[in-house]
Design a binder for this molecule. Structure first.
Ligand code: CTP
Length: 399
């Protein structure tokens, strides 16, 4: 859960995609990891050792014999790392590693590693599909090595097919998932996020400022912790987290349909979405034109279903229901009233209207309230960390 203070060995072997591992290194460093890089001789034909040395702030391991730091550096690294990621991993590296061959610094180091290993094959499609390469990947998989499948796309050899190294953010995301404790394994989590959008006519709508950041952070954290996550989301400006079942919706009605068709299977329901409380009664099928005779326009609105309240009415004893409340005042009073009214197990309430807490911000200051009246303050922090604390609390509460 997070890279802070983790020791990671980044193995780079000789493929054209080696330049992407520079960005991967940068992402891991930014997240607080201490990264050691080991490069094969061929990798140095593609990217200079100095680049990795400067960015990792550690000596780069390239040759067991030329290494001047210590005669046992590779063993020191192997025994101190929390994980190894090899990106890109060539067919040559995969073949040798699968058979325990240790003829360079990276392979030798990796034979002494006992922590999780992820490798990212990247090569020409025919090479990747070659029966020998596939056999070697199977061997590694059976040995417990995690293989991150290559992407499809245009390859350096100008062919189109499988073999591209995934983008650095994706490798980083999957390595993070690998290293995260699976304390939500077996749990099904149904989440809503983002705003809803209620049509006035085909080009206009009523909505709110929800960015979806908080809900997506919870979805991402839950997936990394092993939950099977269904995310029902109104329109937001970023991609859904990797590995979640994603159901895009627009209106409250559509969100309700998606929620109720997945409710029965859910163990935990977390409703982060900022659902519009009202919608135009009779949206026009044609664009509403400006009229000459009046300066005023009234739109008649009708109340939307309170999805959370309906879920609260329907939920079983085994289901744990979490609501969110964005308030501008009287946080505690409103939050406790909503717990009661909507039959919630917990509510995450925050004051909106400040720059560092609320819809658009990357940080949030949340207070959790429980149905017995107890509460827990979460100090101002990044929404990803808030998401993990929220999930920790749900695990505590569901015992
Ligand atoms: N919610 C919902 N369906 C609605 C309105 C809200 O499911 N039609 C859910 C939200 O997803 C959130 C919680 O209810 O989890 C609180 O929403 P909020 O708008 O703060 O509360 P309301 O009950 O609508 O009260 P008010 O707007 O008066 O504060």
């Amino acid at each position: 859960m997070g890279f802070k203070n983790l020791h990671i060995l980044l193995g780079v072997t000789g493929g054209i995609a080696a330049y992407k591992s520079v960005e991967l290194l940068r992402l891991m460093k930014k997240a607080g990891a201490n990264v050691h890089v080991a490069m094969s001789r061929a990798a140095m034909e593609f990217v200079g050792k100095t680049t990795f040395e400067v960015l990792s702030e550690n000596p780069v391991l390239t040759d067991l014999w030329e290494d001047t730091h210590s005669s046992v550096t590779h063993i020191d690294i192997a025994t101190s790392v929390d994980a190894v990621i090899v990106a890109p991993a060539t067919a040559n590296f995969i073949g040798k590693f699968a058979h325990g061959i240790a003829d360079d610094a990276l392979l030798t180091t990796m034979l002494a590693v006992t922590t999780p290993i992820m490798i990212c094959p990247s090569m020409n499609t025919d090479m990747y599909q070659n029966i020998r390469v596939q056999r070697n990947l199977d061997i590694l998989e059976q040995d417990g090595v995690h293989i991150l499948d290559p992407d499809d796309g245009v390859l350096a050899c100008k062919t189109v097919g499988t073999g591209r190294l995934p983008e650095p953010w994706f490798i980083f995301d999957r390595l993070d998932a690998l290293l995260t404790q699976k304390d939500l394994a077996g749990k099904k989590i149904l989440l809503t996020a983002g705003p809803t959008v209620e049509a006035i006519d085909p080009v206009r709508y009523v909505s709110n400022h929800s960015s979806g950041k908080m809900g997506y952070a919870v979805a991402r954290a839950a997936e990394r912790r092993g939950a099977s996550v269904t995310l029902v989301s109104g329109p937001v400006s970023f991609d859904p987290p990797v590995g979640v079942e994603f159901i895009p919706v627009e209106s409250c009605d559509q969100m309700a349909d998606a929620v109720f068709s997945h409710l029965g299977a859910a163990d935990i329901i977390i409703k982060v979405a900022a659902v519009a409380d009202y919608r135009p009664i009779d949206p026009s099928t044609l664009k509403i034109k400006k009229t000459q005779d009046s300066n005023d326009l009234s739109i008649s609105m009708t109340e939307n279903m309170d999805i959370l309240k309906r879920v609260g009415d329907l939920k079983t004893e085994q289901q744990f229901l979490v609501g969110f409340a964005a308030e501008t005042n009287d946080l505690e009073r409103h939050a406790l009233a909503k717990i009661k009214k909507k039959n919630l197990d917990m509510i995450a309430a925050n004051l909106v209207g400040t720059e560092d807490s609320g819809f658009k911000a990357d940080t949030n200051k949340v207070k959790l309230f429980f149905k017995d009246g107890a509460s827990k303050d979460i100090p101002l922090m990044d929404k990803n960390r808030v998401a993990h604390i929220l999930l920790d609390t749900i695990i505590e509460q569901t015992g």
